[in-house]
Design a protein around this ligand. Structure first.
Ligand code: FAD
Length: 395
């Protein structure tokens, strides 16, 4: 069977689903290709909390609202971030604090579970006009424009959107080179209940020997841990009991959050961390979005946010094209690449630079970076620029 549409989106992560929705709601016909082994968001035990959570910024919020997805989230499971505390390490640890009041906004970001986001996107997909979901695995690019599938079917479309994650098959078909750097770290994630209220504060500790520890607020007195730990430490954290993990964390966080108690002791996961910079996010009749287009360190919590910003830009470039151009026209894709260039480069440089700066175990550098944190904390103009960046807004 041959399916025909204006756009074929390959990949059913949150970014791929948002892209399919964006195009379909704009009146374009869309085929969303999902792999046979894919499943929906994680099924949670009653009272359980997903250990995969995202800090979504204002760009993500605006896109998801325009797609009517934000309204479909289970609001009781979304935690607004009212303040952020960033701390250095050592005896003279520096500190940088932001809050929503100072930024004249309702929330700096929102913490959303993967399962909540996925369920809301799936609900919106059910009602999307012009959208067909096809299950299959793409095996080759068609000469004209489109892909052939392993079951003999094909999808013809003037634009292929590669939303198939960090190991993107689509990117591989386009001969796009890639810069790759492993951080030699794994992000260990799990959830805790905390003795003291967190007041919507997200905390992050930059340490030179133990990596970067982030505790993000969840609804109620719960916190989500993202510990970007050097490989050996990550192995140790994974082999220890969650109670031991809680004890380690108490050393950093005890005065603020009190005792920590694992929410679901069996649920601790680890993700390898790397920087991936494809040399281009477009190729003839192909646009990459999300992790297919860039993988950054999660220290700033921005991979998904960048992906949603890609979707907003690509839908805009395609919808606003001249009438004589089709969706995959070279000029249209060139505009998309230009719209995203600065934002992606800035985030790659910022996350990579911060990781390098804080992972160096060198006392003079430790002193300088702690002083730097304190200094920035006292400079309102720079602080405002950083808040805008964190929220996904331009100054
Ligand atoms: C520990 C950790 C914490 C993070 N925290 C944050 C955060 O707070 N905020 C934030 O913004 N980002 C965060 N990120 C980054 C974020 O998780 C990713 O950027 C985001 O999940 C990427 O989404 P995606 O849809 O592009 O890719 P994926 O989620 O990887 O989805 C790709 C999809 O493509 C499908 N697929 C793969 N191959 C094929 C194929 N050949 N054909 C069809 N389909 C295919 C897969 O089944 C998958 O569903 C974090 C990352 C980590 C590791």
């Amino acid at each position: 069977m041959q399916f025909q549409s204006n756009i074929c989106v390959i990949g059913n992560g949150a970014v791929g689903k948002a892209a399919a929705l964006g195009f379909a709601q704009a009146g374009l016909s869309v085929t969303l290709l999902v792999p046979p082994e894919s499943r929906g968001g994680e099924t949670l035990l009653p009272g359980g909390w997903d250990v995969r959570v995202y800090a979504l910024n204002h760009v993500a919020h605006d896109l998801l609202s325009s797609l009517k997805v934000w309204q479909a989230l289970d609001a009781a499971r979304v935690a607004p971030v009212d303040a952020m505390d960033v701390k250095g390490d050592g005896e003279q640890a520096g500190k940088l604090c932001f809050d929503a009041y100072g930024a004249r906004t309702g929330a700096l970001a929102w913490i959303v579970e993967d399962s909540n986001l996925s369920a809301a996107l799936d609900a919106a997909l059910k009602f999307a006009p012009n959208l067909r979901i096809v299950t299959g695995r793409a095996t080759g690019m068609l000469q004209g424009a489109g892909v052939s599938l392993d079951n003999g079917d094909s999808i013809a479309a003037p634009l292929i959107v590669g939303a198939d994650g960090a190991q993107s098959w689509v990117r591989g078909q386009c001969d796009i080179g890639i810069d790759y750097r492993s951080y030699g770290q794994q992000a260990v994630v799990t959830n805790f209940e905390c003795e003291k209220p967190h007041h919507g504060t997200a905390c992050q500790w930059f340490t030179s020997t133990e990596g970067i520890v982030a505790l993000l607020p969840l609804p109620g007195q719960r916190l989500s841990l993202v510990w970007s730990a050097p490989e050996a430490l990550a192995q140790t954290l994974m082999s220890e009991s969650p109670a031991q993990l809680a004890e380690r964390l108490a050393a950093l966080s005890a005065p603020q959050f009190g005792q920590l108690r694992p929410v679901q002791p069996e649920l601790v996961k680890a993700f390898p961390l790397r920087l991936m910079r494809p040399h281009s996010i477009v190729a003839p009749r192909v646009a990459l979005v999300g992790d297919a287009a860039h993988v950054v360190h999660p220290l700033a919590g921005h991979g998904m946010n960048l992906g949603f910003a890609d979707v907003a830009a690509l839908v805009k470039a395609v919808v606003e094209r001249e009438t004589h151009r089709d969706c995959g026209d070279e000029r249209v894709l060139g505009r998309y690449a230009r719209m995203r260039k600065e934002d992606i480069l800035l985030m790659q440089l910022a996350t990579d630079g911060l990781e390098r700066l804080f992972s160096a175990d060198f006392e003079p550098l430790r002193i300088v970076r702690n002083l730097g944190l304190n200094l920035v904390n006292k400079l309102p103009v720079i602080k405002r620029a950083l808040i805008s960046q964190a929220m996904g807004k331009r100054q």
